[in-house]
Design a protein around this ligand. Structure first.
Ligand SMILES: [Zn+2]
Length: 201
């Protein structure tokens, strides 16, 4: 996999697709990488939503649970993933970041029939759920686990992105929109991911 003219170019065997979202704008200076979860469990659903102008939302990349990567916005254009957000002196982090959405149902609660469901009532099988306390919260919740294939794809493409765009940091949406967002949540290994992407100890 390579980056050419701000788009991913797959090598043989790379599971990469381009589906261009209409939801983008300029100006744009990619300084940061921001990781999200989709809060649903379907790559196709997420891609369809980001193709819809009514969504007013997009991200540069969406990564499925099987590790498949879909690029939706060129890496030199502003995607609409972060909403109200800030980091240091920067306000409106869409203008300064490449966004990656990982397909994951997100934060879960136990329904009356004991099944784990997300905000939309989407059921997640018990074997894909871990209970954990979010660092911004005080009580445990269920969280949809990421898959190894997905984390590996995210890491591989993020290392490639860093070699092209030289990020100053790798952050979660929860870091730039605290109090409003909890993604990617406690099951995403953000610290080790950041170290590997930025090549720091
Ligand atoms: Zn998010």
């Amino acid at each position: 996999m390579k980056i050419k003219n701000h788009f991913l170019v797959p090598d043989d065997g790379d599971n990469v697709q381009i589906r261009k979202s209409p939801n983008l704008s300029t100006p744009f200076t990619p300084l940061l990488l921001v990781i999200h979860y989709t809060a649903n469990n379907s790559l196709d659903e997420t891609v369809s939503w980001f193709m819809n102008p009514d969504a007013q939302a997009s991200s540069h990349l969406v990564i499925g649970r099987d590790g498949r990567i879909v690029q939706m916005v060129a890496f030199n254009k502003k995607a609409w993933h972060a909403g109200a957000s800030s980091w240091g002196n920067l306000e409106g982090i869409n203008r300064y970041s490449i966004g990656i959405e990982l397909v994951n149902a997100g934060k879960l609660r136990r329904r009356s029939d004991d099944k784990w469901v997300n905000w939309a009532g989407r059921v997640v099988p018990d074997e894909e759920v871990t209970e954990a306390v979010h660092r911004a919260e005080s009580t445990p919740a269920g969280w949809h686990e990421y898959t190894d294939a997905q984390i590996e794809s995210a890491e591989r493409v993020s290392i490639l992105l860093n070699s092209a765009y030289h990020f100053t940091d790798v952050l979660g949406h929860e870091d730039i929109s605290p109090g409003r967002k909890v993604d990617p949540g406690p099951l995403f290994p953000l610290n080790s991911f950041r170290s590997r992407v930025l090549g720091r100890a």
